[in-house]
Design a protein. Structure first.
Length: 168
C-alpha cells in the first residue's frame, strides 16, 4: 500500500523547498528505488526524514543503502515493485537549510568600512579579484581582504581586522 494519494496534477507544495534527490527505477521486489542525490550537503536524504514530491505527496525515508557506486532508498509504505513504480522519476524536495545570506561583492561598493572597534576606515570604492580572497579597495587605496567581513549592513561593512592591517 502506498502512503498518500497519487494525483497527477502538479501542486505547489514543493514551492520554497529545494530539490534534494531524484528517484530512479525500482530495484527488486521489495519496493526499493535507485536514488540520485541532487545536493552536495551530506544527509539531505536520510532515514526518518520526510520529503515532498512535486505532486504534493509526503514521503518518509525508511532506509538508505549503497549498492555499488549507487544508492537505494526504501520509502515508508512502499512494499512492492508496483508501489515503487509510482514514484519512479520523481524529484524529492526538502526545506532549505538555514544558511547565512550570500553577499555579492557589488553590494559592498559605496559602503563605509568599520572595524570591530567601530573605527571608520573609509568607503569601499571597488572590489579587486585576488586568488586568496577578493580585496575591498578603500578610497585611501588600502586593500582589505573580504574574508575579514563579519557583517554587511545597509550603510556599512563591519570587519574583524587583525592587528596591523591598516598600519602598512
Amino acid at each position: 500500500m502506498v502512503v498518500g494519494v497519487v494525483d497527477h496534477d502538479e501542486t505547489t507544495d514543493h514551492v520554497g523547498k529545494v530539490e534534494v534527490a531524484q528517484l530512479g527505477r525500482s530495484h527488486g521486489l521489495a519496493g526499493e528505488l535507485y536514488l540520485r542525490p541532487l545536493s552536495d550537503v551530506p544527509d539531505r536524504v536520510r532515514p526518518g526524514l520526510t520529503l515532498t514530491t512535486k505532486l504534493g505527496q509526503q514521503v518518509t525515508v525508511a532506509g538508505l543503502r549503497p549498492i555499488g557506486d549507487r544508492l537505494l532508498v526504501r520509502l515508508e509504505g512502499v512494499y512492492s515493485m508496483e508501489d515503487a513504480k509510482r514514484f519512479s522519476g520523481m524529484t524529492l524536495y526538502a526545506e532549505p537549510l538555514d544558511e547565512p545570506p550570500v553577499t555579492l561583492v557589488g553590494q559592498l561598493i559605496g559602503k563605509l568600512l568599520v572595524d570591530q572597534h567601530s573605527v571608520d576606515h573609509g568607503r569601499v570604492v571597488a572590489v579587486q579579484a585576488n586568488p586568496a580572497s577578493e580585496l575591498m579597495v578603500l578610497e585611501n587605496e588600502a586593500l582589505v581582504p573580504t574574508l575579514f567581513i563579519v557583517e554587511v549592513l545597509d550603510d556599512r561593512v563591519v570587519i574583524d581586522a587583525p592587528e596591523g592591517l591598516f598600519e602598512l
